[in-house]
Ligand binder design. Structure first.
Ligand SMILES: Nc1ncnc2c1ncn2[C@@H]1O[C@H](COP(=O)(O)OP(=O)(O)OP(=O)(O)O)[C@@H](O)[C@H]1O
Ligand SMILES: [Mg+2]
Length: 217
């Protein structure tokens, strides 16, 4: 049995953390799509540590909002997780902080959305090193790069980034999320891309990503 199901059946929390120290790589967008799909399968709570509070605004616009908690600091987070029994999904801002380093330690799965832009790739090495240090303590955690917002015809980024991380403890999800305008109107409508257009390409990609997250947890 994988760790997600094992933990939830034992009434222990499973934490997914969307992180990348580079701003604008797609953390909040992916978090909106994925958390609301996962919340249909598991008892899910989200915590919004992004200063822009986009997840919170998106959730407030949903017909059926997800569970969320407002957490101030590391102490409150540890306290919350001590009593939590479900899936907890955390969005963070594009910066390094003491709090984000604590979440790296508490997370079971770290998802790092990044595109093929220099901006996202620059700084990834440093972040990967931080994750490697974290995994010396949390040997049971997993980290995955999610290739996000690439051109619809791009065939090389997945291969190149997989090669780039091949000697590290970081993996790359098989699923790739391509650039599509459907991702740009989530917050204002409170709907993810699956709910917006079930048979669209972005919807298929997000469903595939959700499946991969569950299988690889
Ligand atoms: N697959 C995609 N296709 C099209 N647009 C996308 C996609 N993913 C993200 N975007 C757009 O890219 C921009 C940045 O995305 P987002 O806000 O999710 O990044 P972020 O990593 O959360 O940023 P921050 O570090 O500031 O919190 C947004 O305008 C969003 O709509
Ligand atoms: Mg964000």
């Amino acid at each position: 049995m994988n760790k997600l199901l094992e933990k939830l059946l034992s009434k222990l929390p499973y934490v997914i953390f969307f992180a990348h120290q580079k701003g604008g790589s797609g953390k909040s967008t992916t978090c909106m799509n994925v958390s609301t799909e996962l919340s249909k399968k598991f008892t899910t709570t989200f915590i919004d540590f992004d200063n822009l509070q986009q997840m919170t605004k998106y959730n407030n616009n949903r017909e059926e909002p997800m569970n969320s908690v407002v957490i101030k600091d590391e102490k409150e987070l540890e306290q919350f997780l001590r009593n939590d029994k479900g899936l907890t999904i955390i969005d963070s801002g594009g910066y390094d902080s003491d709090l984000s380093r604590v979440i790296l330690l508490l997370a079971d799965m770290i998802i790092i959305p990044m595109s093929d832009s220099d901006n996202d790739i620059d700084g990834f090495g440093e972040f990967a090193h931080l994750i490697e240090k974290t995994f010396e303590i949390r040997t049971d955690s997993k980290a995955f790069v999610l290739i996000n917002r690439i051109h619809h015809a791009d065939k090389s980024t997945h291969r190149d980034l997989t090669k780039y991380v091949e000697n590290t403890i970081i993996n790359v999800f098989d699923t790739v999320v391509r650039d599509n305008k459907l991702h740009k109107r989530l917050l204002s409508t409170g709907q993810n891309v699956v709910e917006k257009q079930f048979f669209s390409k972005p919807s298929k990609e997000i469903q595939s990503l959700v499946q991969e997250i569950i299988e690889k947890a």
